[in-house]
Design a protein around this ligand. Sequence first.
Ligand code: 13P
Length: 250
Amino acid sequence: MSMSGKLMVGNWKMNGSLAANASLLSDILSGMGRVSCRVAVCLPAPYLAQAQSLLAGSAVELGAQDVSAHESGAYTGEVSCAMLRDFAVRYAIVGHSERRQYHGETDATVAHKTQRALAGGITPIVCVGESLAEREAGQTEAVVKRQLATVIHTNGHCISEIVVAYEPVWAIGTGLTATPEQVQSVHAVLRAQLLAATAHAERVSILYGGSMNAANAASLLDQPDVDGGLIGGASLKAADFLSILKAASR
Ligand code: 13P
């Protein structure tokens, strides 16, 4: 288990507006009284400046949902680490299943983005997870190990600086949550793989994502290798997100 307290990250995906963001962030900040876990929110890139100013001086850190594998130059539409750093961004989600599925990101792309993030002072939140067909075919362990192996191979000893998120694709946005036992068993596999690669595997937070909500958060977060959560839908409602943060602060 990672030693530094739970890490709870909201992934807003392609949602928000200037007005909605202001009200959501203000409701989150005003409800954070008894929250002791680490908290971050990953916004669409155009809103990072707004969020930086609204979150200044608070305990909530800022994240992006993707980052370019390139440093700078002729890469239309891409956002670099240096640009993210200009807005005090601490984290970037890398290899989310939606990017693998709809934007053709391969294990190699994910490994290179991870490498670029680490070199550029951004903590990558590297997502792995199996599809429903892969789970039903008994391939869950093999799939997540293959996804993480490429990242480990490309990043060597720096691997202890990443965050990992296990997000079973069938549990994302579906209301279907993996059971605490299913989650712990995959997290233990990922932990063992990290242990084989670095003496500092205990430093790596392994988050669970996939329909985490106020009702199921506590039982998932109680598992020994669950160091936090990556929360989609429920992070867009202040009351739900705050309940999850409280479950992570016990
Ligand atoms: P949901 O919490 O909406 O299932 O999304 C999970 C996710 O993909 C977070 O990155």
